[in-house]
Design a protein around this ligand. Structure first.
Ligand SMILES: *Cc1c(COP(=O)(O)O)cnc(C)c1O
Length: 371
């Protein structure tokens, strides 16, 4: 890895400097435009809002800088995943998905890939290498998986999929480019929901596809233009602003999550706690090898659905909400979204609150829920 997280973060805020002339605004201007001034020969500049937009370009420059690869923006994480599927797959192809990853990816395959003649199989993240990858044209993993935080070996899957002739996609949403670098570990494509930590303020949906394979980037770009699944310039502008503080937020969130995971694990009301950063966690050795940080998600179980609900609702510094990665700590009882987990299973997304205050609120609510 030539660039470190520190050097990437430091230069991120100054990427625009080279293009500035005297009197230009330092922050990114927002260009709300469906049409552009297009006299004469129509190549080499902005033509129409479905084809290109200067605010997208600036955002994609930042995302590309973070990923270390050409990157294409989409209006949501699912739009980015859809673009990979529909731009790269054809009838007769077979896809391998994580059995325990984000549910909407499997739903998309079931409802929309299958009728187009693209079959899919599912495999648990923790044993993803078992069975090999022969016969697949696209292999998709999410590591750590959401919500159980199992991990698979990205470099090993990359080597095996390359041998099998499959394209290897990693959904890196839970880690962000500051926490894990799948392309450097050999993945062909990264997809991510910037809706989560990258934007961080829970006010925008966004997604991206990154790849060092020019044909992949060209295909998803063409898909975006043809399908019309384009990001709004204002959403791109908001994400651009969010990304300027991603490194600071992510650092705080991961540090706090390590502290809180340790204390939760020692708490008598908690069982089945998973956090890749804890020495005893089944994911720990692999996490140390392939992740730059251990993330901000912690999962665990309380004894009953009622206790889990009381804990989440009763915590003064926690929002009860789906999604994760925001500046505010949030949690959700995942069985209510249909994940195959026990009723008292909680996914906690540690936010940016000062950690001692956050822990005090968590401890107080845990005790109240036990009463
Ligand atoms: C949220 C999420 C998505 C989908 O992102 P949207 O912006 O909601 O479409 C995809 N993958 C993972 C792992 C997610 O957490």
């Amino acid at each position: 890895m030539s660039e470190t997280a520190g050097s990437r973060a430091a230069s991120l805020a100054h990427l625009r400097s080279d293009g500035l002339t005297r009197g230009d605004p330092i922050p990114l201007p927002l260009t709300m435009a469906a049409i552009f001034h297009t006299p004469g020969d129509s190549t080499g500049f902005n033509q129409y809002g479905r084809f290109s937009n200067p605010t997208w370009d600036a955002l994609e420059e930042v995302l590309s800088h973070l990923e270390g690869a050409p990157t294409v923006g989409f209006p949501s994480g699912m739009a980015a995943i859809s673009a990979v599927f529909f731009a790269l797959l054809k009838a007769g192809d077979r896809v391998l998905l994580p059995a325990d990853g984000y549910h909407a990816t499997r739903a998309l395959a079931e409802r929309f890939l299958k009728p187009f003649g693209v079959a899919y199989d599912e495999r648990p993240t923790a044993t993803f290498l078992d069975g090999g990858f022969d016969g697949y044209s696209l292999v998709f993993v999410e590591t750590p998986s959401n919500p159980r935080l199992d991990i698979c070996d990205i470099a090993a899957v990359a080597a095996a999929t390359r041998k099998a002739g499959a394209r290897f996609v990693v959904d890196n949403t839970t880690m962000t480019p500051f926490g894990q670098r799948p392309l450097d570990l050999g993945a062909d494509i990264v997809v991510a929901a910037d809706t989560k930590a990258p934007n961080g303020h829970s006010d925008v949906l966004f997604g991206h596809v990154a790849s060092r394979d020019e044909a992949v980037v060209a295909a998803v770009r063409e898909w975006r233009q043809a399908a019309g699944a384009i990001p709004g310039p204002f959403e791109a502008w908001l994400l651009h602003r969010g990304l300027e503080t991603l490194e600071v937020r992510f650092d705080r969130m991961c540090s706090s999550a390590e502290t809180i995971a340790r204390r939760l694990q020692a708490h008598k009301a908690i069982t089945g706690l998973r956090y890749p950063g804890l020495e005893g966690d089944p994911s720990h050795n692999l996490a140390r090898a392939q992740m730059e940080r251990f993330g901000f998600l912690v999962s665990f179980e309380l004894a009953t659905e009622a206790k889990a609900e009381a804990f989440i609702d009763g915590c003064a510094l926690m929002h009860s909400t789906t999604s994760f990665g925001g500046v505010h700590t949030s949690a959700e009882r995942r069985s209510k979204r249909g994940d195959a987990v026990p009723p008292g299973f909680v996914r906690l997304s540690v936010g940016c609150e000062p950690v001692e205050e956050l822990w005090k609120a968590i401890e107080t609510s845990l005790e109240a829920a036990e009463r």
